[in-house]
Design a protein around this ligand. Structure first.
Ligand code: 4AD
Ligand code: MG
Length: 465
């Protein structure tokens, strides 16, 4: 074949006007082939965009036999003239002059034959599902959101701060950690009193995968001022819900000199920026998902973008729930850790917009949150979203040495000396929050299940690939 610069389908469609009636070079995977004995149409996709490029094979030039192996899922390289298309659904198409087959995908064995496979079926074929329109769209949006997040913080003067994945501390104190060890599990070394001898383990102590980079993030913020983390976190809780993963990505900004109001302002601005960025830059993909899965998606995204979030203390939220007369599956009373049905009632039925709930009872929140003067509640803030429930969890941090040490002792936490040093030396008011990346992707794509917005989901009993 002639040496011509290969263009992605996205590039080609972008400059189609100036390229009409020139010879082009494209490569991709066949989505479908149809036609009659005079002409065959191939829908070609290369992942660069949701849009397929139509390749027209004139059967005066190619034999049926030539095209036999050009089946759904096969990969080809085509050269031909880019011409204005007479057909519906595309403005240009390629009139094939030459092609080569890279790889076949036999009809009998390639699993993604028809359109409209269920998401459950595709979850079983997660190694191939990125090749479907749906997952292509989700994964391109996921990428755009990741880029938007870095751009947002970079433009605001935040530094990307890398926190460890293997850690000896437990940030959230929920005990839902995966242990990291090289000890022989069938022959554990024991100390004299029968306990496992971690001094013989790889790190000389017990170690786990992190549930959050926050504690180390605070070390960064009390030095660099404004930092954010963006990395994987791991939770060994046995939650089989459409909103929980065992391995998920979290963005955790941490800001010196921020009080809780500044924290809320940042969270709202941040999440709106991400949604706005996706609406502007992922239009085709969002429209595809809206059409196929969620007709109200674009309205919902615009609504969140253009309305202020409600800000409300937990105590008032509980009062609204108690007085709602609604039958909840889980009971509501002051002190309870709100369930997703409660959060969604406040957001979807009562206020009909996102809600930032603040000042939770200290018993249901982590040790590091700043105590309010009432001695009962802490300066927490959870951002609650339609269809998702909690999308962000954060707080102002306890900067007072005595109070923080008091909480640590009350809860019997050990090995926190390095963390407490931030309060011993040059302590400052500071705040931060964590955004669950997949929950954001879930919201922006309108998908129903968090397992469908990460390429290779991990959840109880699922660790393929
Ligand atoms: O509320 P969480 O547990 O808060 C923290 O980890 C804090 N250290 C954050 C901070 O202040 N820096 O988790 C934060 C967010 C939740 O609001 C939710 O969006 C997401 O992380 N999240 C999960 N996402 C998917 N699967 C899970 N199992 C999740 N658990 C939490
Ligand atoms: Mg939380």
């Amino acid at each position: 074949m002639e040496k011509i610069k290969r263009l992605t389908i996205k590039e080609l469609l972008r400059s189609a006007e100036s390229m009409v009636n020139t010879r082009v070079d494209v490569k991709g995977w066949v989505r479908s082939r149809r036609g009659n004995k005079y002409v065959q149409f191939v829908a070609l996709n290369d992942g660069s965009t949701i849009k397929n490029l139509q390749i027209v094979f004139d059967l005066a030039k190619f034999s049926e036999d030539d095209l036999k192996a050009v089946t759904t899922g096969s990969s080809i390289h085509v050269q031909g003239m880019l011409v204005a298309s007479q057909g519906k659904g595309q403005t240009v198409e390629v009139q094939a002059e030459e092609f080569e087959l890279y790889g076949t995908a036999p009809v009998e064995s390639y699993p993604l034959q028809k359109k409209g496979h269920t998401l459950e079926f595709l979850r079983e074929k997660a190694h191939l599902r990125p090749r479907t329109n749906t997952f292509g769209a989700v994964l391109r949006i996921r990428h755009a959101l990741a880029y938007a997040i870095h751009k947002f913080f970079n433009d605001k003067g935040f530094y990307y701060f890398h926190t460890p994945l293997i850690t000896a501390s437990d940030c959230e104190g929920a005990g839902a950690q995966f242990q990291v060890t090289t000890l022989p599990l069938n022959e554990l070394p024991r100390t004299e009193d029968g306990k496992i001898d971690y001094s013989q383990d790889f790190f000389g102590k017990m170690a786990n995968l992190t549930v959050s980079g926050q504690l180390e993030g605070e070390l960064g913020a009390t030095a660099l001022g404004l930092i954010y983390t963006f990395g994987p976190t791991f939770r060994a809780e046995n939650s089989n819900t459409p909103r929980h993963l065992s391995e998920f990505w979290m963005i955790e900004p941490e800001m010196a000199f921020y009080e809780i109001e500044d924290n809320m302002d940042l969270a709202e601005e941040f999440i709106k920026y991400c949604i706005g960025y996706a609406l502007e830059n992922c239009r085709d993909d969002i429209e595809f998902l809206a059409e196929h899965f969620d007709k109200e998606l674009i309205d919902r995204l615009n609504f969140v973008l253009h309305n202020d979030f409600v800000r409300l203390p937990y105590s008032e939220g509980v009062k609204i729930l108690e007085e709602s007369g609604k039958k909840f599956e889980f009971p509501v009373y002051w002190g309870v850790d709100l369930a997703s049905e409660h959060e969604r009632f406040l957001v979807e039925e009562h206020f009909k917009r996102p809600v930032i709930l603040t000042d939770y009872p200290k018993e249901i929140k982590a040790f590091y949150m700043k105590m309010n003067d009432d001695g009962k509640t802490v300066r927490a803030m959870d951002v609650l979203f339609p269809k998702i429930g909690e999308i962000i969890g954060g707080s102002q941090r306890e900067e007072n040495l005595e109070k923080l040490e008091g909480r640590i002792n009350e809860l019997g936490l050990a090995g926190m000396d390095w963390y407490v040093d931030t309060r011993r030396f040059g302590t400052v008011p500071h705040s931060g929050f964590g955004l669950g990346f997949e929950r954001l992707v879930l919201f922006v794509t309108g998908m129903q299940n968090i397992r469908d917005v990460i390429p290779f989901p991990r959840y109880p009993n699922a660790c393929e690939y």
